[in-house]
Design a protein around this ligand. Structure first.
Ligand code: HEM
Ligand code: MG
Length: 231
C-alpha cells in the first residue's frame, strides 16, 4: 500500500534527493533503494506525483552513471559529487564539508525561515532561498562549485518541491507539506496533501523556474568544471 510510509531499515539505502527517497519510503520505488532502473523511476514519478517530465527521465539516465551496473542504480550512489549532486543544496551539506547525503536541519533553516508571515512558499521565496544557500556555501566552502549547470539543477529542484507539494500551475506550496517532505521524506497525506490532479510537465516546471531564477540574483563562480561521468 503506497499510502504507507515506512522509514528505511538498516540495509536500505537512500539518496541526497528527497523526491526519490519519498517514493522509496512509500514503496513506489523498491524500499531497499537498490537496483533501480530508469523505467522504474519514470513509473514511480507518475504514480506518486503525477510527474511527466522528459527532463527528469533524462536526469534518471544521468543517475545510471553513478553505478557500475549496466542498467540500474542504487540511491546512495547518487551522492557522487558533480554528477548530479552539487553544492549549496537546500537540505544537505556541501561535499567538501563532510556529508552531502543526509538531511541537515541547520542547512534546511534557510528554506524553513523563508517567506515569513505566511503559511506557504512560492517561486519568489524559493529564489531568495537559493541566493541565501549559495552565499553560505561561498562563505564557508572554498571548494564551492557554482557553474551554470549547478544553477540549472538547483533551480529545477526548487520548482520540483513547490510543484509536488503544492500547485504546479502557481508554484505555491503549503509550508507544512514542504517541511514534512524534506524532514521525513513522507507524503503528507494525513495532513491533507493530495497528488496533483494536473500533470507536472516540463512546461509547468519551466514557468516556475523562470520566476525562481529572476529572484535568485545569481552569478557564476566558475564557467565550467571537471566532468564527472562515473564513480
Ligand atoms: C536533489 C526533488 C527526481 C536526483 C533534489 C532536491 C529536490 C528534489 C527538492 C533538492 C534537495 C536539496 O537541495 O537539499 C525531486 C523530485 C523528483 C526528483 C520531486 C521526482 C521524483 C530525481 C531524479 C533523479 C534525482 C529522477 C536522478 C536519478 C537527485 C540528486 C539530488 C537531488 C542526485 C541531489 C542534488 C543536491 O542537492 O546536491 N531532488 N527529485 N532526483 N535529486 Fe531529485
Ligand atoms: Mg548537494
Amino acid at each position: 500500500d503506497n499510502n504507507v510510509w515506512i522509514a528505511p531499515g538498516p540495509t536500505d539505502v537512500r539518496s541526497p534527493c528527497p523526491g526519490l527517497n519519498t517514493l522509496a519510503n512509500h514503496g513506489y520505488l523498491p524500499r531497499s533503494g537498490k537496483n533501480i532502473s530508469v523505467p522504474m523511476i519514470a513509473e514511480a514519478m507518475l504514480d506518486g506525483f503525477n510527474i511527466v517530465s522528459e527532463a527528469l527521465t533524462q536526469a534518471a539516465k544521468f543517475g545510471l552513471l553513478s553505478s557500475f551496473a549496466l542498467a540500474t542504480m542504487d540511491l546512495d550512489a547518487l551522492k557522487l559529487h558533480s554528477l548530479i549532486e552539487h553544492d549549496a543544496s537546500l537540505s544537505r551539506g556541501d561535499f567538501a564539508l563532510g556529508d552531502n547525503l543526509h538531511f541537515n536541519e541547520t542547512i534546511f533553516s534557510s528554506l524553513l525561515n523563508s517567506n515569513p508571515g505566511v503559511d506557504y512558499y512560492n517561486a519568489t521565496s524559493a529564489g531568495h532561498v537559493m541566493h541565501d544557500r549559495l552565499a553560505i556555501s561561498l562563505a564557508t566552502n572554498p571548494n564551492t562549485t557554482n557553474t551554470p549547470k549547478e544553477f540549472a539543477f538547483r533551480t529545477r529542484e526548487s520548482s520540483l518541491y513547490l510543484a509536488v507539494m503544492g500547485n504546479p500551475l502557481t508554484g505555491v506550496a503549503p509550508k507544512q507539506f514542504v517541511e514534512i517532505f524534506f524532514r521525513e521524506e513522507r507524503l503528507p497525506i494525513a495532513e491533507g496533501w493530495k497528488r496533483s490532479n494536473t500533470s507536472i510537465t516540463d512546461e509547468a516546471l519551466g514557468a516556475i523556474d523562470n520566476i525562481i531564477m529572476a529572484n535568485s540574483n545569481w552569478t557564476f563562480t566558475q564557467m565550467c568544471e571537471d566532468l564527472v561521468l562515473g564513480p
